[in-house]
Each structure stands twice: as structure tokens, then as C-alpha cells.
Design a protein around this ligand. Structure first.
Ligand code: NIG
Ligand code: FE
Length: 366
């Protein structure tokens, strides 16, 4: 029930659960085309990195993204973001990374800035030129990494168009050494650091993506499906936020989930959760699906899950000052749920339980 009193809208939630607006701290929602056609290969068991090495995967999305106009990229991302909002998300991090040239990466970052300016949800932009080695540099990841360092990062920093720099540190993509060079350059140019770390395998024999995240003082290390205890210990010692993406594990289909219980119980890490929304490994806008997967496969409690998509998620993208809790002085972002307690919220599967979503004090979904 809503009524207007002295120009203000008063909402009677009828005893329903109210939480802060949800924060999705890891997405790739600006891209052209889709990868539905790859599902057949996945069903046959072709590994993700093999599809990429064959010129598909991320590289197929790069071709479709380069072919799309600015307006098409904006419109497709807008649809995804408004769907997120209907599911309760009011703050979103978005990475570039389907352009893979200086001009194309800057174009995607401009679309991200435009989405932030025009949509009611709050958006944080991340530069991810090191998402894959583009066809033009095939077989020469070193030369491409050099372009990221010498050309792309300075251009991104000059335009002040991204807050973070992220790298896909993975066997067959970027090595720990290349990732280190890229993240150090990012730091020199005033960009905060993030890493796609240990998603498929631990990156080197001795070194891991998590270890590198700790070494370069990254704000977050994301995925962490293959991270050792040593890597987790280093994250904890260096204040790096872990961001877990259980919908990606689900879609990769290998039953390998990050060890959330160890992260929380042994290392007291502030575990955050995200959709990873992207056309290849996690085509979903729903943080509510992520909540259910975190319940079933990460064995997190309803309270830990709520923290993972609010306060810990805000911390993972350095937005704790305006999002993540219901507190005076923050943006007025909140969700009224079709549920009466957290237990109910995190166990339901595949349906939208948000009944009203408020962003910056304005009702954006009802
Ligand atoms: O987080 N690992 C790299 N990036 C995405 C996948 C992107 C894609 O496949 O298009 C991820 O899984
Ligand atoms: Fe990702």
C-alpha cells in the first residue's frame, strides 16, 4: 500500500522483509550478440578455454561487439540492467573487455559512463582490456599486454573513465607475469586493481592469481575456484575482498565451487557474491539465483549471503560510503521482498521475489 503525504510517498510494507538495495560487484553486461550457439559445444563437454583458443568464446563476442553501434550496445545493456533492477539490484560494477583495442575499449567505457548517467541504478566502471588476446595479436600475448600497458591504460586514465583495472589471469590467457605488469601500470596511473583469479586453474606452479592480488594490493580477487589455502591466507593478510561467482561454476558445469566455508571460517574473509553476468559463462541478471546457488553449493548461511550481496559487495567495489547498508547518509537504496525472513529469501529458486525496488529514494520497480 502506498500513499502520498505532504509530497512524500509512504509505503506500508505489511511486515515484509526490507533489505538494502543489492550490489552486484562483478558483471560484463556491455556486449554485442550472444553465445547461445556455443551451448551445443558445451553440452559435448568442450572446455571453455578450448573454445576460446579456437577463436570462439570471448573472441566471438568481441567480433559482435565491434560490429555493434554505440546505440545498440547501450540498448542491449540497458535491457540487462533494468532486468537486474527488477530483481533488486541498485548498484552494479561493469567491465569493458569485449573491444580489445584502445578505441574499442574506450568506446565501451563511454557506453558504461552513459548508462550510469541515464539509468536510475548506480554504476562503477572497470577497464578490462586484458580480457583475452585479440585475433590481431594471436600467439603474442606479450605484445598485446605491452599495448595494454603503454597505450590503453594511459588513455583510460587520461579520460578518467574507469575506477578499476581488471585482468583475466589464467593459464592460456594472461600469465601472472603479464598480469603483474598490467596491474602495476594501472596502479601507476591511479586505477584501483581487480583480478579474475584462479577461475579455471591455479595460474602458475608457485604463483596464483590470488597471490598476485595480495601482492599488488588489489581491492578484490574474483572467482577463486582453484585457490589454495596459501592464496586465501595472503588475501586475508592484505585486505583483499574475495568475490565469488557461483552462477559461473554452475554454467561451466564442472561442479567446482569456490571454498566459501574455508574463506569465512578459517580466514574470516568478507566474502562478496556477484552474477558475473556475461554471454559466455553466466548469462543471468539475477542476484537471487546467485543467492540460491550460494545456499546450495557454497553452503553459506542466509545472513552470510545477504552480507555477500550488500555490505561486502559494496566494499569489493569501494562503494561502502553510499551503498550496502540502510544508514543515514547513504543513497536511499532498498528492496521490499515478497518474503518475511532471510531463510525464505535465499532458498527459493528461479523466481523473482522482489516486490518493490527503490534507488536513491525513487521507486524504480514495483
Ligand atoms: O568471468 N573469465 C573471463 N571473463 C568472464 C567470461 C567472459 C566470457 O566468456 O565472455 C568470466 O567468466
Ligand atoms: Fe568475469
Amino acid at each position: 500500500v502506498t500513499e502520498t503525504v505532504a509530497g512524500l510517498t509512504r509505503v506500508d510494507a505489511g511486515g515484509a522483509l526490507v533489505t538494502p538495495g543489492l550490489v552486484d560487484p562483478h558483471t560484463h553486461v556491455v556486449y554485442g550478440g550472444n553465445r547461445a550457439a556455443e551451448m551445443k559445444l558445451k553440452q559435448q563437454g568442450v572446455p571453455y578455454l578450448d573454445i576460446l583458443a579456437g577463436g570462439g568464446g570471448i573472441l566471438s563476442t568481441v567480433r559482435a561487439t565491434r560490429a555493434a553501434s554505440d546505440e545498440e550496445l547501450f540498448a542491449a545493456a540497458e535491457v540487462r540492467l533494468l532486468e537486474m533492477a527488477r530483481y533488486g539490484t541498485t548498484t552494479v560494477e561493469i567491465k569493458s573487455g569485449y573491444g580489445l583495442s584502445t578505441a574499442e575499449e574506450l568506446r565501451i567505457l563511454r557506453v558504461i559512463a552513459e548508462l550510469d548517467a541515464r539509468l536510475p541504478i548506480s554504476i562503477v566502471g572497470t577497464f578490462m582490456g586484458a580480457h583475452a588476446v585479440p585475433a590481431e595479436f594471436r600467439g603474442d600475448a606479450d605484445a598485446y599486454a605491452e599495448t595494454v600497458v603503454c597505450e590503453m591504460i594511459p588513455a583510460v586514465a587520461r579520460q578518467g573513465i574507469a575506477r578499476f583495472c581488471d585482468v583475466f589471469c589464467e593459464r592460456g590467457v594472461f600469465t601472472v607475469e603479464q598480469s603483474r605488469r598490467i596491474l602495476e601500470a594501472a596502479s601507476d596511473h591511479g586505477l584501483a586493481r581487480k583480478i579474475h583469479a584462479d577461475e579455471i586453474a591455479v595460474s602458475g606452479d608457485e604463483e596464483s592469481g590470488a597471490g598476485l592480488a595480495a601482492e599488488v594490493g588489489a581491492t578484490s580477487a574474483d572467482h577463486l575456484r582453484a585457490t589454495s589455502d596459501q592464496g586465501l591466507k595472503e588475501l586475508a593478510a592484505n585486505g583483499v575482498s574475495p568475490v565469488l561467482l557461483p552462477a559461473t561454476s554452475f554454467c561451466l558445469g564442472d561442479q567446482r565451487y569456490a571454498r566459501a566455508r574455508v574463506m569465512i571460517d578459517e580466514y574470516d574473509l568478507p566474502v562478496a557474491l556477484a552474477t558475473d553476468d556475461n554471454p559466455g559463462t553466466s548469462p543471468t541478471e539475477s542476484l537471487q539465483l546467485v543467492m540460491a546457488l550460494a545456499t546450495l553449493n557454497l553452503k553459506m548461511s542466509p545472513e552470510e549471503i545477504l552480507a555477500g550481496i550488500t555490505v561486502n559487495a559494496a566494499r569489493a567495489i569501494s562503494r561502502e560510503r553510499d551503498a550496502g547498508t540502510l544508514e543515514l547518509g547513504k543513497r536511499g537504496d532498498l528492496v521490499i521482498w515478497r518474503a518475511y525472513d532471510l531463510d525464505m529469501l535465499s532458498y527459493r529458486l528461479g523466481v523473482n521475489q522482489a516486490s518493490m525496488v527503490v534507488a536513491a529514494g525513487v521507486i524504480i520497480a514495483n
